[in-house]
Design a protein around this ligand. Structure first.
Ligand SMILES: NC(=O)c1ccc[n+]([C@@H]2O[C@H](COP(=O)([O-])OP(=O)(O)OC[C@H]3O[C@@H](n4cnc5c(N)ncnc54)[C@H](OP(=O)(O)O)[C@@H]3O)[C@@H](O)[C@H]2O)c1
Length: 357
């Protein structure tokens, strides 16, 4: 049975595709280190058919205390029950999953979450910034930012900044902290850009493939260019964080990376279709892989025994599908230090606070 069959927390779910790698891959200790005693934070785990669900299950099965964030706690509690039931069914002696509220469309909610997290936990070893939306029309949040850049990048930037003291003390004490930003192939294809002078630009410049996306997928170039921008921002943030970690003397004890799942059958494309950015989300998913298989690059990025590397980029071997590998982002801008620095400064300005290491 494919992973996407578990939809107890969903109303209508994505296409069901067979798992090719996940069930065996996650059982192999050569793929995931022992995570006993570690605390892992995974954002955006509100459904049993999302990448965050399978990443959390894999980390919890190897001993991590997993904390998931959701904007709707009722949905989070349904996912918690499903995760715990599946872990039990599979014979894993996992710790209970903790659910915490964080709305990525609301900076105040992000700040409250981070302050509460610091009260409840005395270490933070793993961060998987996974919450995201794709290809939606322009919508301004109450903070005045477009929904795609705020949900996918700015709130994760703010959350990481607020959790920095805990991340730093964990790295200094235990020497092995990993963070990954969940990006997308849309950060690479044809070369989207980040407009650091105006993160709300409804039409940041985009590469050929994102220009053509509306003809194939639906929506407008704006839907897709803003998605490409937000996902390129994930990679730029990860790489700039790694440079700053190195400069702060923490480059070996804390590793910041980015990753992408290929094309994975989740609710993402369904939500995009509902938001007017795609004609046939479920149909598009048929060229991809199961949600569980798509979660493996996320897991590899934060928990592989030997391949976790600062500044690295992880994804499926064949691009859209395949076993997880360490790869490189095909967009040269992803490695542009001047753009990454400008994005860091633009992000500080947007969230209204400095992120100093
Ligand atoms: N699936 C793919 O093929 C694919 C490809 C490339 C990249 N990705 C990336 O993978 C990540 C996970 O997506 P997915 O495919 O697993 O889709 P998903 O099942 O739709 O998961 C996205 C999660 O983000 C949460 N989210 C959205 N807006 C939020 C907000 N304002 N506050 C808090 N949570 C919010 C959603 O919660 P709600 O239920 O509350 O909306 C949901 O739990 C995203 O960053 C996406 O860009 C996915």
């Amino acid at each position: 049975m494919g992973s996407s069959s578990s939809q107890s927390a969903d109303v209508a779910g994505p296409t069901q595709l067979e798992d090719k790698y996940y069930p065996e891959w996650i059982k192999n200790p050569e793929n995931i280190k022992d995570l006993s005693g570690r605390v892992a934070l995974i954002t955006g785990v509100s459904t049993s058919s999302g990448l965050g669900f399978y990443a959390t299950k894999a980390l919890a099965a190897r001993g991590a205390q997993c904390v998931i964030t959701v904007r709707n706690v009722e949905k989070g509690n349904a996912v918690k029950a499903d995760l715990e039931a599946k872990l039990k069914e599979e014979g894993a002696s996992a710790k209970p999953i903790a659910v915490m509220k964080m709305d990525n469309c609301d900076f105040e909610s992000v700040r409250s979450f981070a302050e509460e997290f610091k009260k409840q936990y005395d270490r933070l070893d793993i961060v998987c910034n996974n919450a995201g939306v794709m290809g939606l029309d322009v919508q301004m949040t109450k903070d005045g930012y477009d929904i795609q850049i705020q949900t996918n990048h700015l709130s994760h930037f703010l959350m990481t900044a607020r959790l920095w003291p805990l991340l730093k003390s964990t790295a200094e004490k235990y020497g092995d902290v990993t963070l990954t930003q969940v990006s997308s192939g849309a950060s690479e294809k044809g070369g989207p850009t980040v407009d650091t002078s105006d993160l709300n630009n409804p039409h940041p410049s985009h590469g050929l493939l994102l220009y053509l996306a509306p003809f194939v997928l639906g929506g407008t170039t704006g839907h897709w260019a803003r998605y490409g921008q937000s996902k390129l921002a994930n990679v730029l943030f990860a790489n700039e964080l790694q440079r700053r970690l190195k400069a702060a003397g923490l480059g070996e004890k804390m590793k910041s990376s980015s990753c992408h799942p290929g094309l994975a059958a989740t609710n993402l494309q369904i939500t995009t279709q509902k938001g007017g950015g795609m004609k046939d989300g479920a149909g598009y998913q048929k060229g991809g892989q199961s949600c569980a298989d798509g979660s493996l690059p996320l897991v590899m990025a934060v928990a592989h025994p030997t391949l976790c590397e600062g500044g690295a980029y992880y994804g499926p071997a064949e691009g859209r599908t395949g076993a997880p590998i360490k790869t490189t982002n095909a967009n040269p801008m992803a490695y542009d230090e001047a753009v990454a620095k400008a994005l860091w400064e633009a992000s500080e300005k947007a969230v209204g606070e400095e992120f100093k290491l």
